[in-house]
Design a protein around this ligand. Structure first.
Ligand code: AHM
Ligand code: MG
Length: 338
């Protein structure tokens, strides 16, 4: 290989965040440190997922989390790794995790300025089959004089300063975006132990004929949702029907949708009138990624997902997110029913 073929100017996540911070003269470096701890959580979770079948980490932990889901052993380990990384950063005051009923406060760091919401291992029902899962995170900056209680997190997604996810698939892919910024994708190079910028400025295609939804719930769907999905499957005037793709791990379905275009939906329905996915650590952070990549995200009332305010930390919502034109179709079907 000629030396010109080797990239010697590799952009790691740490370098990327450092360069971003340099653009803001008021920056203190706290966010860079927080990102460093986030990365460590992703790397260690990736490591245990990869080794799970070998070191007896498949199966249930024998407990259920706050929302009644059975916890997998890896749910517990992922949660512990994430909490410990956030605590260790010394920059996080508050942490909400899908696996913890109450908000966690790190009182040893009363001056820490960030609040984080996370789903440490989303899609964990897929774990034992070796299917991709992921970690989702949302980062909020506490207001000056904030009390450091859960009320500081019951805010609309528009208040987030950064969000993203890591998908543990054939490789670990980290997608991160900051308020008003671009979406950037990094791949974990396991030999370097570094996330490397491989997908700069990700833009979602404006449209694509792929839909991703658990159609097994269609019995419970509201009319507009039924009509919308039927229109994709039975197009008029000889159009081609859409392809269906549903992994059942939102992070993996979202990552594909971001790259290829299309739409991912988990609508509220007659059985789950508030939807299934949680606002703070599933819907809102994903919505920020999709919007910043040029897509759209709305709830089941066709409100902008980022403006939905959770009533409590584990509050749920319906969600439709993806390519602008695909989400617009859903909105149009709902308008006809008003
Ligand atoms: P989890 O947080 O308990 O893993 O649940 C969230 C997951 C999402 O990743 C996925 O999109 C959805 O639940 C799948 O739900 P269903 O099995 O109802 O289709
Ligand atoms: Mg989840």
């Amino acid at each position: 290989v000629g030396s010109e073929a080797i990239n010697t100017d590799i952009i790691t996540l740490t370098r990327f965040v450092t360069e971003e911070q340099a653009k803001h003269k008021e920056a203190t470096g706290d966010f860079t440190i927080l990102c460093h701890s986030l990365q460590f959580a992703f790397k260690s979770i990736a490591y245990y997922i990869r080794r799970a079948t070998l070191i007896n980490l498949t199966g249930l932990a024998g407990s259920a989390n706050t929302t009644g889901d059975d916890q997998k052993k890896l749910d517990v380990i992922g949660n512990d790794l994430f909490i410990s990384a956030m605590k260790g950063s010394g920059r996080v005051r508050l942490l909400v995790s899908e696996e913890e009923e109450e908000v966690i406060t790190f009182d040893q760091y009363p001056h820490a300025r960030y609040a984080v919401a996370c789903d440490p291992i989303d899609g964990s029902s897929n774990l034992d089959a070796g299917v991709s899962v992921g970690t989702i995170f949302a980062i909020y900056k506490l207001a000056e004089g904030a009390k450091g209680t859960k009320e500081d997190l019951l805010k609309p997604g528009t208040e987030m300063v950064a969000s993203g996810f890591t998908m543990y698939g054939a490789s670990a892919q980290l997608v991160i975006t900051m308020k008003g910024g671009a979406v950037n994708g990094f791949t974990l190079d396991t030999s370097f132990g570094e996330f490397i910028l491989t997908h700069p400025n990700m833009r979602i295609p404006k449209k694509r004929a792929i839909y991703s939804v658990n159609e097994g719930n269609s019995l419970y769907w509201e009319e507009p949702v039924k009509e919308w999905v039927n229109s994709l499957k039975y197009p008029t005037e000889g159009g081609k029907p859409y392809s269906a793709r549903y992994i059942g791990s939102m992070v993996a379905d979202a990552y594909r949708t971001l790259l290829y275009g299309g739409i991912f939906a988990y609508p509220a329905d007659k059985k789950s009138p508030k939807g299934k996915l949680r606002i703070l650590y599933e819907c809102a952070p994903m919505a920020m990624v999709f919007e910043n990549a040029g897509g759209l995200a709305v709830d089941s009332n066709m409100r902008r997902m980022l403006e939905v305010v959770p009533e409590h930390i584990h509050d749920r919502s319906g969600i439709f997110m993806g390519s602008e034109q695909e989400v617009q179709k859903v909105i149009d079907f709902h308008k006809r029913h008003q």
